[in-house]
Design a protein around this ligand. Structure first.
Ligand code: FCB
Length: 437
């Protein structure tokens, strides 16, 4: 097997979000909601203490040969009360970004990764159209103060997952179960994205070409759906889910109208064409059989074909799924970045192969003409995995939240990923080891 090389200037990074790694995001809705809700009993707490340990963490990234980092900025931290900007918090984010820039690590900055200031949640969060205006004031402030740093702007992380968990299945705050609310929220999120796009176009850093626009996109969670059988019902439900989960958001960003079931088909001002790159978060394939069991089950049951490998979270591992998603995104004819891909695997027995097999599919998609420009592994260190707390381990580095020193211990896959980043591709020895001949 030969080595698989990637395009020049390809970004090799890791992805995180503010709330999951920083620790002590005390003015947020999640902080208030967590007690009693989180598996394993531990709330986000100190998380990885990334807020204080960033110098050490970024030095590790640099030593691994990584040239990109996806991080979040927590709205709750910089605007803990309405209209009150926390200068110290902004200065702290600036110091983090300065440190990354000095190390030659490009920044992908996520503006909204599911967590709101508590005061925004108390005003009905994304159900309230006023949240769009408040969000845009926050975005304007971020652009004014930190606009020169990010290479990539990610306005929203996975609006589909957020809306599903917070407003359909009710697993995340505010624990609603209402398709009507989900539609309102989707509309407001997309409105906020469109507004953020134009603010960042005005004020975000541009490349050498003065006419060029900054790289602005969303991180879209896509699942590769497959029917459980040849039955027309199973085929129809797989197709429907792929449309509603994957394609409808892409359609909305292209046409400016969000179709059903999460949209109302009416135009959203400024939305059409409001992105200069597309971010893909890919984890799994779902093989689905039709069941008349209601919208919160998406009228289906997941089945696992014989031999399906499952991660610790119970998600099916399916490398070719990332290829299928990339090919769909390739039709947009804009650059694509893999803003997340990873596996919950506490003992690191699957992760090295998971990474290599997914990267081979990324490489294949590039060969098929998809303009993929970067890959961010989720995640750097084990962190606060939302409702699953610290029970699911996605990190290249092991981290025990009860360890007073919060020691970061490299797993074997950290070393392997560093080799890939340094070689800008899958070396012959890695390929022989994990992909066979
Ligand atoms: C994604 C989220 C990310 C993390 C991974 C495992 O859906 O964007 O925050 O929880 O899943």
């Amino acid at each position: 097997m030969n080595s698989l090389s990637f395009p020049e200037d390809f970004l090799w990074g890791v992805a995180t979000s503010g709330h999951q790694v920083e620790g002590n995001n005390t003015a947020s809705d999640w902080w208030a909601w967590e007690p009693g809700k989180i598996e394993g009993g531990l709330t986000s707490g100190r998380a990885c203490d990334a807020w204080n340990r960033y110098e050490e963490d970024y030095a590790t990234m640099k030593s691994m040969g990584l040239n990109a980092y996806r991080m979040g900025i927590e709205w709750a931290r910089v605007e803990p009360r309405p209209g009150m900007w926390d200068d110290a918090a902004f200065a702290h984010y600036e110091a983090m970004m300065e440190s990354l820039s000095e190390k030659g690590i490009a920044i992908c900055l996520t503006l909204y990764h599911w967590v709101l200031p508590k005061w925004v949640a108390d005003q009905d969060g994304w159900e309230n159209p006023a949240t769009c205006d408040a969000f845009l004031r926050f975005v304007q402030e971020v652009v004014n103060r930190l606009g020169k740093y990010p290479l990539l702007w990610c306005t929203l992380n996975e609006p589909n997952v957020y809306t599903m968990f917070s407003y359909v299945t009710g697993e995340f705050p505010p624990e609603k179960r209402s398709l009507r609310a989900a539609r309102r929220v989707t509309r407001h999120l997309l409105t906020a994205h469109a507004g953020a796009y134009s603010i960042i176009c005005e004020g975000g850093s541009k490349s050498a070409d003065p006419n060029s626009r900054p790289l602005i996109g969303i991180a879209h969670n896509m699942t590769d759906f497959a029917p459980a059988s040849h039955s027309p019902f199973d085929r129809a439900i797989a197709k429907y889910q792929s449309k509603s989960w994957n394609s409808s958001y892409i359609e909305a960003l292209v046409t400016g109208r969000m179709p059903g079931p999460f949209g109302d088909g009416k135009p959203i001002p400024g939305l059409a064409g409001s992105l200069t790159y597309m971010g893909l978060n890919y984890y799994t394939r779902r093989t689905v059989a039709f069941r008349p069991n209601g919208i919160s089950n998406a009228f289906s049951q997941e089945v696992f074909p014989r031999g399906t490998e499952l991660n610790d979270f119970g998600w099916a591992v399916c490398p070719e799924g990332i290829y299928n998603c990339l090919v769909e995104l390739g039709k947009l004819r804009i650059p694509v970045y893999i803003t997340e891909n990873g596996v919950a695997d506490a003992n690191d027995s699957m992760r090295p192969r998971y990474i290599v097999e997914h990267l081979r599919e990324v490489w294949r998609a590039i060969g098929s003409g998809v303009d993929v420009r970067g890959y961010f592994y989720w995640t750097f260190q084990d962190n606060f995995e939302w409702r699953a707390g610290y029970t699911q381990k996605f990190g290249l580095f092991e981290l025990d939240p009860t360890d007073p020193n919060l020691q970061r211990t490299p797993r074997r896959s950290a070393e392997m990923y560093a080799k890939i980043a340094k070689a800008n591709g899958i070396t012959e020895s890695i390929s022989t080891k994990y992909l066979g001949k």
